[in-house]
Design a protein around this ligand. Sequence first.
Ligand SMILES: Cc1cc2nc3c(=O)[nH]c(=O)nc-3n(C[C@H](O)[C@H](O)[C@H](O)COP(=O)(O)OP(=O)(O)OC[C@H]3O[C@@H](n4cnc5c(N)ncnc54)[C@H](O)[C@@H]3O)c2cc1C
Length: 404
Amino acid sequence: MHSEIRECDVLIVGGGPAGLSVASTLPDDVSTIIVHQDREIGKPVRTSGGSWVAALQALGVPEHCYLVLEKNEAYSDNEHAELPLGKNAAILAITELYQWLASLSDHKDRDLLLATKFLDCALQDDGSILSDIRTRDGEKSQIRSKYIVDGTGWHTSVLHSLGLAEKPERLGVGIEYEYPLGKNDPTRAFIFFGDSAPSGYGWGFPTPEGMFRLGIGVINPDTDLSPRDVMNKVMENNPEERFGIDLSGDYTVNSGILPSIAYESKLVYGNVIRVGDSANFATPTMGEGIRVCIEFGRLLGENLGKTVKSGNRWHLWKYEWACRIRLQKDYFFGFLMNTRGAQMLSPDQWDRSVLRMKTVDPETLMQTLRSEFRFKKMFLIVFFSAKGRLQNLFRKLTSILRRR
Ligand SMILES: Cc1cc2nc3c(=O)[nH]c(=O)nc-3n(C[C@H](O)[C@H](O)[C@H](O)COP(=O)(O)OP(=O)(O)OC[C@H]3O[C@@H](n4cnc5c(N)ncnc54)[C@H](O)[C@@H]3O)c2cc1C
């Protein structure tokens, strides 16, 4: 039994950085409801929070929401490199940042329904959308909205409920062990590749909250190992000595999932719009999405506000096109790198890649990590990607011929 039907202009499903950023730039008098299944904004933490200082400054993120890194390193099975990133990389204080993002719409005509899950929705004859929601106490109700925004991350709950998208088949799955900072350098971070991080990569860094996180991300189904299996192996191989870190004290576990599929530029389906991870906004090279979700979430809020006020959908297409222009080309090449790294690079090749990271110029390294590509880089990616595939094909053909 449904107890009531609430009405609003915009229903945002998901209170992650994308959904919260949409709410932050909708006009104050556009009635908005955010439905978020967790009990608190920014908890539990399901992401790690690597980012870039210049981007955070441009987005106006307050300094207390991030920690600037001073030393950045990379490891493969047999190599180690200091990365020439200067003081350009940062680690976000996830809970603090998300709560700050939520506070930006506190003064508006906006209701934030925590511990409330979006279940399903249906398009109505008058063009509105009727959504079923349920609180953690089991109480069900309905919301009728003129527009609905899917900000549910990899769940793509809204699109899925309307049959507009399938759940992503290829997923980046991550796990992190969070320790007290102890004797770890409070400004040093590292990433690691190779046999100890099959089909993905691992990381270790201090957090702005005074903790230290060691994590691993794998891509399923490129590997059928879970991140916990891989993490167990990392822990068995003396990570303290290998990475020069202190893992004393009790740890807590964070885990999260993000889609790892090719960028698909369609974002607007009539009155249904997607944003953030439900629209594959995380970068394909490193799976870094928070700053992208904030930037384009805000852009959606501005444009959706204009559409609500004027009834003119042109503004929504502007949002879709702006994302397409900024992301499509870079994410296409980034995705080639992603699949090549996850499926084709041998531990030896990772050794060589890490050695190259030492000597590459800082700007090119940062652009690659951020999935931003210039012409020369794009050519090399296509070349090496085709070369890898041709080598695989050649190996398969010769093994078939040998068997005969
Ligand atoms: C292991 C891991 C490491 C990462 N590392 C980084 C990094 O270092 N730097 C970086 O920038 N990005 C990183 N990312 C990516 C980044 O976390 C995402 O790009 C970003 O969180 C996407 O934001 P979002 O708002 O689209 O979705 P989410 O952050 O996933 O938020 C969606 C929210 O919607 C809620 N929700 C889902 N379904 C429903 C429903 N039916 N009803 C109500 N609520 C619902 C969920 O509980 C969730 O809180 C990482 C991701 C993972 C998984």
